[in-house]
Design a protein around this ligand. Structure first.
Ligand SMILES: [Fe+2]
Length: 353
């Protein structure tokens, strides 16, 4: 059982019966005060970091965290290195470092992925905070321990992926473009936080990303990724990439797994919309798509492999329904996050360290 030195048993309840609990839950037990929580986390920094490396995620529940500023102060207590200058951090922010978790329409599930795995040095922590719970659908942030996923993958499939790695191709529209166009292209200045082409090229060079300018002042990136990394603290091999989130068919093929985990009729209409959208994308010219994914040599990843991978990921995925004021801290070097579909208001915000 995890041990938090000096834990005031009467104040906080630690759900530590299972050493593999994902996430480990620390719940207010009468003492909801945020300042006290911040001090508690700072005093037990070694335990917090050890828990994140072992369990992979920590959920702080029942505390007074009503807004983005309060969330940022809790996140900084877990990791003082919270910052917003990772390449791809949304430029629209609620505080210096907090941003909306995703602008992807609520009906689209997001398959579990490691945040910003396209960077040479991705964030070590991802933090989420629920400022308002979804009313319809489920809208959880699914968690999958990608160390377990790697170990569970079929060896032949692992070999095919690991041989040369994968490449993710992302296309952006230009800064002057107002419409998102058919496939919801992002603006390149939103992603790079600059309109200056020279700065964009410099950032690509630093990250080892190949680029080409497109005719409409847009940009196309070819981002090579190994499919695994070694966890810097535990030495474990981690399935570490964004393949599942960036494969064209992923959102549609993810729905059957979602129905299994959350059998609700609310998801049915969106499933049909997403299936139709994926069918259109699979027939569209590749250079018009916001993103797609192949092996590094450009050859297509067989559908059977993608389905097998999604199956393994979702078999290792856990769902914890959001409650207002929840703060979730994730070890981004081990545990992937995604998003279940939902309708209506749901405000989940994020920051990185
Ligand atoms: Fe993400």
């Amino acid at each position: 059982m995890p041990h938090a030195p000096g834990t005031e048993a009467a104040s906080y309840r630690i759900d530590g019966g299972d050493p593999d609990r994902l996430p480990l839950v620390v719940e207010a037990n009468g003492a909801h005060d945020r300042e006290r929580l911040v001090a508690w986390l700072r005093d037990r920094a070694e335990w917090v970091q050890g828990t994140l490396a072992r369990n992979g995620a920590l959920l702080l529940r029942g505390f007074d965290v009503p807004d983005a500023a309060a969330f940022e102060s809790v996140a900084r207590a877990v990791d003082p290195g919270v910052r917003a200058d990772f390449l791809g951090t949304p430029s629209a922010r609620l505080t210096e470092s907090v941003f909306r978790a995703s602008d992807v329409p609520g009906g689209y599930p997001i398959a579990p992925h490691c945040e910003m795995s396209y960077l040479r040095t991705p964030p070590r922590r991802v933090f989420f905070c629920c400022l308002s719970e979804p009313r319809v659908g489920t809208g959880e942030t699914p968690l999958a321990d990608f160390r377990r996923v790697w170990r569970a993958l079929d060896p032949a499939l692992r070999e095919r992926f690991a041989r040369g790695g994968i490449v993710i191709v992302r296309t952006f529209r230009g800064p002057a473009s107002r419409r998102k166009r058919r496939f919801l292209l992002e603006r390149r200045d939103d992603f790079f936080a600059t309109r200056d082409r020279a700065v964009v090229e410099e950032k690509c060079a630093v990250e080892g990303i190949a680029f080409e300018w497109t005719g409409d002042d847009g940009l196309r990136l070819r981002i090579p990724q190994p499919v695994t990394r070694t966890h810097p603290e535990t030495g474990e091999t981690v399935w570490y990439n964004q393949h599942a989130a960036h494969h064209l068919a992923s959102s549609a093929w993810t729905y059957p797994k979602i129905f299994r985990l959350r059998p609700t009729l609310h998801h049915l209409p969106w499933w049909q919309v997403v299936r139709a959208s994926v069918a259109v994308k699979r027939r569209a010219p590749a250079d018009q798509l916001a993103y797609y994914c192949t092996y590094t040599d450009g050859s297509a990843i067989p559908d059977a492999d993608v389905r097998a991978l999604l199956e393994t990921i979702w078999r290792h995925t856990v769902l914890t329904p959001w409650r207002c004021c929840d703060v979730l801290a994730i070890d981004n070097r081990a545990v992937a996050h995604g998003r279940m579909p939902f309708r209506g208001p749901r405000q989940v915000v994020a920051c990185l360290a």
